[in-house]
Ligand binder design. Structure first.
Ligand code: MN
Length: 221
């Protein structure tokens, strides 16, 4: 699939003369490491956007409560259209009346490593894992770390129903890691999910409010 096809839905929803979001140049990757980003989007409904680089685009899920650092917290994740890789850099204000109107901050970013294997222990291409509805991966972000799984529990395949997935942190199995982080895995400060209105951009340290205020003061169309 060409990147143009992959981003057709993304581009069709937006007016690039009216939104500061990237159009998507569908250029080459920045390197071998696969990137992920988690943005907080203060749209009609506040949500987190969880995005993984797969085959040249950002596969995307809207996660209303945000990813949890606590193993076995089940977080609803609803797929949204593929976004261009450059979207991982986007922080700003989408104007009223435009698709996804509201403020976006980059809450976390980093790289990830696919972990899915078949029954014989061979690695499965990540895109294929997602098509099958279950993918495991290790995040190495500034805030999120460790193994997570995305699992489809509704829709997909031949179904015409909308897809729904769960994003779940895996319980750490490694003895070395368990020793370092002690009983329960995550430290107290890592528990649960952040309050989106207090959370700060990993890029600029700003809150949603601060990004919205500065965009309101300085931005033209
Ligand atoms: Mn969003």
């Amino acid at each position: 699939m060409s990147d143009d096809d992959a981003l057709r839905i993304y581009r069709g929803k937006r007016h690039f003369d009216a939104t500061p979001e990237p159009q998507g140049a569908s250029g080459p990757d920045r390197g071998d490491a696969l990137s992920f980003v988690v943005q907080i989007h203060d749209a009609r409904r506040m949500h987190f956007d969880f995005r993984l680089e797969v085959d040249g685009v950002l596969k995307s899920w809207a996660v209303p409560k945000g990813p949890s650092a606590v193993p076995r917290d089940k977080r609803l994740a609803v797929p949204t259209e593929d976004h261009p890789l450059e979207y991982r850099d986007f922080e700003g204000l989408i104007a009223d009346g435009e698709y996804g109107a509201g403020t976006v901050i980059v809450w976390d970013e980093g790289t990830y490593r696919p972990l899915s294997h078949d029954r014989r222990g061979r690695p499965v291409p990540f895109g294929q894992s997602l098509e099958r509805g279950h993918a495991t991966f290790r995040l190495d972000g500034r805030k999120l770390h460790g193994e997570y799984a995305l699992t489809r529990f509704h829709g997909g395949g031949d179904s015409s129903e909308p897809e729904a997935w769960l994003l779940i942190k895996a319980k750490e199995k490694s003895a070395a890691r368990a020793g370092r982080t002690a009983q329960g895995g995550a430290r107290a400060a890592d528990h649960g999910s952040p309050d989106p209105r207090r959370a700060r951009s990993v890029r600029t340290g700003r809150t949603l409010r601060q990004v919205a205020d500065s965009a309101g003061q300085h931005d033209g169309p």
